[in-house]
Write a protein that binds this ligand. Sequence first.
Ligand code: SAM
Length: 272
Amino acid sequence: MSLPDSSLSPLELLRSLDWQADEITLGDIAFRLEVLGASVSPSDNGEKVTLYKSRAFIRNYERLLTSRPDFRPTLILELGIWGGGSVVLWNEVFRPDRMVGLDIMPDPGIVPLRSYVDSVTSASVLLHWQGSQDDSDLLNQIIQSDFEGRPPDLVIDDASHMYWPTRRSFEILFPLMQEGSVYVIEDWRSGVDAPTHGTPLHQIASDLLAMATSRGSLISTISILPGILVIERGRRPAPSGFRLTVTEQPSSSTTIGEMKGLVRRLGSRARR
Ligand SMILES: C[S@@+](CC[C@H](N)C(=O)[O-])C[C@H]1O[C@@H](n2cnc3c(N)ncnc32)[C@H](O)[C@@H]1O
């Protein structure tokens, strides 16, 4: 297999993707593109891994890398493997020391994914099946054994797209990450059209803003792109038992009292 040009930066590699109607290629690695919502399990044609991403979506990552041209993560954890296309893509684009994927479903036994994992050197790609993104014991075990005790410097959450498991993974992993590390939450607008699925995922953006306000430099930046939330770790250590700050809705009497106070203040200012 001829691999993509190793002299190219991650951004250049992403831009070098050759997009066809139903497949893309990077070097001579071909990915079959999954049509959104096409099937309940990833397809396996025995030749290409399946990537569940569109060209427009990949532009989110181009923007991320444009703003961080020197970002070179060495330990990457991706939540949500599906057909394995993104594990392969991120491993080729970033060339980390270790690329770990986790998925709640049983191993679908995708032949081209297995061949790829077997072909890369020194077990640099490790996959965990039947594990949930909100299982703190499992996430800590991955850090201890797969990353040899070091936290990932890039986490990509493309798993449940549900508020609570997504929030839990963040609460477990983000405090452990080092300054400058990046945590990505994909498809953060999921659930907007399906309110029956409980708290919509986009609530997490409000939680993050609230946390950035109250806990200062725990987060250094938050970027809200069309398809991804990008949260960069700041330098402040996280408190033990870290939880995202959630904005409490005030009771209606508090709100009415605040409104009356505001009206009084505005009235007296107008009379001055
Ligand atoms: C959108 S697919 C991932 C697509 C893949 N990253 C790609 O770009 O090709 C989402 C995956 O998340 C997995 N998933 C759903 N809930 C999960 C959970 N609680 N923990 C871990 N994985 C989960 C699903 O089984 C599914 O394979």
